[in-house]
Design a protein around this ligand. Sequence first.
Ligand code: ZN
Length: 287
Amino acid sequence: MPELPEVETIRRTLSRLIVGRTIDRTAVTLGRMIQHPKDVAQFCVMLEGQTVRHIGRRGKYLCILLDDYTLVSHLRMEGRYGLYSGADPVEKHTHVIFYFRDGTELRYRDVRQFGTMHLFPAGEERRHPPLRDLGLEPLDSSFTLEEFRRRLQNRPTKIKPLLLNQKYVAGIGNIYADEALFLSGIHPERTADSLSDAEWEKLHEAVIRTLREAVEAGGSSIKSYVNGQGEMGRFQQQLRVYGRKEQPCYRCGGPIEKTVVGGRGTHICPRCQPKEAGESEHQEVCG
Ligand code: ZN
């Protein structure tokens, strides 16, 4: 599933491709993808004549701002946008096509069919689910150490599932949770209420640094993720623990282990991320 850095990369690519284009009509072949309004015909009518003004992002959601409406799109597992000319053959698993007046088409393909679209009058999108229920935006100035701690620190719950829970912090998924926990030297099964002041500070910094570096690299390209123009993100080569099972830790040289935490595959260095608080021999966070 694309996480914040991948969605941000798609946002930037799509901005270059579709801002300024006007929708003539829309075709939907998988009605259940359209979550709001429930009536797909109404969804299509609302989009007629709307020009794409800006593309924003909230957590893992793309927010396509039109003249009068905002289209909130979540790609889930395999959703993918592409800009085509009308002459290009329509690929299998294309479920939504936005036909622009200039003859180009924005097509949404989704092999797994888990993606969702919500269309709201402009400005109302943040007052309704799914955006209403999202937590802090980690690359925003509102993501302060104080606010991060306030939301999580008293919970007797494992830290990794808390990082993955979009209602506390939006945009972090399995890859970047593992990366941030490794960078801060915190075992994913430590409970939030067991973290020290210094650990909260390291974790807060690690979340920002991990996501920022990944955004700069254009995201990771685990499995089939390819961004809007078909380039592979470069962050995969920079991953410190994720996907590196049995390979040497960049910091201590010991083998990276893969385990399961909260039902999710999890990569850790057991030496650099001790299960008991205060056990780490290392003070410096690796670079
Ligand atoms: Zn290590």
